[in-house]
Design a protein around this ligand. Sequence first.
Ligand SMILES: [Zn+2]
Length: 511
Amino acid sequence: MSGHMENPVISLKLLIDQEKNKVVFAEAGEDFVDVLFSFLTLPMGTIVRLLETHQKSKSVPIGCFNNIYASVASMAMKHFSSQASKQMLLYPGSLNQDKCQKTKLRIDDSQASKCFMCPMFVRSGQCSKEYSNFNTSRCSCGNLMNEIIQFQGEGGSGGNGGVFVRSSAGHTSFMISDDLKVEVNSVVSTLKLLNGLGYPNCDKLVEMILDINLQEVATLLECLFTSETPLTDTFLKKKSSCGIKRMLSPPALIEEEEERESKADQTITLNAYVRKKEGNIMYVECGEDFVDLLFTFLAMPLESVWGSISGNGIVLGCLGNLCKSFKELSVVDSGREGSGLKSVVPHYYKCHEKQQQLLDVLVTIHKPPTYYRFVSFSVDHYREYCLTEKSDKRLVYGWDKLLPVTCKDPKSEGNNNSAGFVKKGTKFMVTDDLIITPSNSASVLGMLKDKQISLDDVECRVICIKQVEVIKLLRASLVSFSALSTGLLAMESSSTSVPESRFYKKPKIET
Ligand SMILES: [Zn+2]
C-alpha cells in the first residue's frame, strides 16, 4: 500500500485547443473518475465546509446551504440536544465515508466513523449495554463512553480497482469532457465527442500531461457548481469562474407536484411573516421540528439533493452531467437505493417520526447495526469481552455468553431515544435565506428595524409543510437565495446571480 505518500497526485492527460485556451477533453484512469464521483457522495454540510476552507476570502455560496451550516456553527451549544448533535452537523457522517477514504486524492478529511463504549462496560453491572458513534455520549453509569471499540477481524483489504467506478468490465481509461460527462474511452466515443464539438480531427489539439493535487481537486469541486467548463477553469485558468450561472426556470421549479401517494400524515406548521406588497417571506417562526428538518439537509449527499431537482430544467454548473455519468458508470452500492434518488444517511440523523416521514421520499435513515459481546467466565472469574458484527458462533468456542449491544442515540443525553438536533421547546426564527437563530422578540424587532420595515407592511400567514413542501424547500435551498419564498410560496427566485449580501460571514466553528 502507498499509505506513506504524503502528497499524492493523479496523472491526467488533457487535450487542449490552444487558440481558445480551452480543454476539449481529458483522459484519465479510474482514480480520477473516482475522485469526481466521490463529490456526489459528500454530505452537503461537508461540501460547504470544504469549500469554505479552500477559498481563502469570499466563498461561493451553494444556495442557502452555507447559511444553514453557518447557523449550526454559530448557535450556542445550550440550544443543541447534546454535543454530538452539533458535531454531526458540522462534520456530517456518510455511509460512503469508507469508500471516499480509499480514493487516491481524498478531499474529505473527516475521520471515519468509530464506535465507542463505556470503559466500565465489562466490570460494572450498571452500564447500559450500548455503544455510541460519538465519544461524547454518557453511559448510564455516569462515565463518558469514550473507549474505542476494536472489532474482531478489523482492517479490511486495500482493494484494487475502482472505488466508485464499476470496474468489472475492465475499463482502465475514461474520457471526461470539459462539462464533466464521463465516458469509457474508445475510438468511437472520442470521435463522437470531437465531432460534436466541431473538431474534424485532433490536428489542432495539443496534449498536456498533468499531475493534479488536492488543491486542484478542491477547485474542481467548486467549479462543479459554478462553471460550465470546470476542467478549463481549474487547469488552464487556475480559478473558478465566480459568477454562478443558474438557469432557474421557475415554472418548472414551482410546478405542482403530481399528487404523491403520500402515506405521511405528519405536518409542520409555521408562522410566516410575509411582506404585504412584495409577497415574499421575511422570516418564519417555528419550533424544533422545522429546524431539525433543515439541519438534516446538511447530512444529505449531494447526489440525492440534486436528484430531487433533476429533470426540472434547472442547470447548476455541471452537476447534471456528472450525476448522469455516476448513474451509468458507478457501482450500485449500499449507499444508494433503487432509482438512485433516495440516499441512505447514518442512523444518528434520525430525529423523530415527523422528520422521518417528511423526508421519506428523499432519504432513508440507516438502521444501526447491533453488535455482539462475548463474555467469558472460563478462567476463574476473569471476564473478557470483544465485539463482533455478527453473532458468529465459530468465534465463540469457550465463550459463555453472546449478548447484544445496541446503539445509543448520541443526540439524547437522557434515556429517551431518538432526540432531535436542537432542544425541544425552543422557538426559532428562520430567514428567507435560511439563517436560523433561536428567537426572541428582540431579534424580530431588530430585523424589522434593520430592513426599515414597519409592522404594518407585514402580515402573518400560517403555512403547513408536508412532504411536497419539503421537496420544494430542498430544491430551493440549492438553487435559490430565497429558499422559503421560492419553496413555500412558489415565488420566482428574485435573482439569478449571487447577491452581494449573501456572502454570509464565514462561520466560526465553536464546539
Ligand atoms: Zn458505564
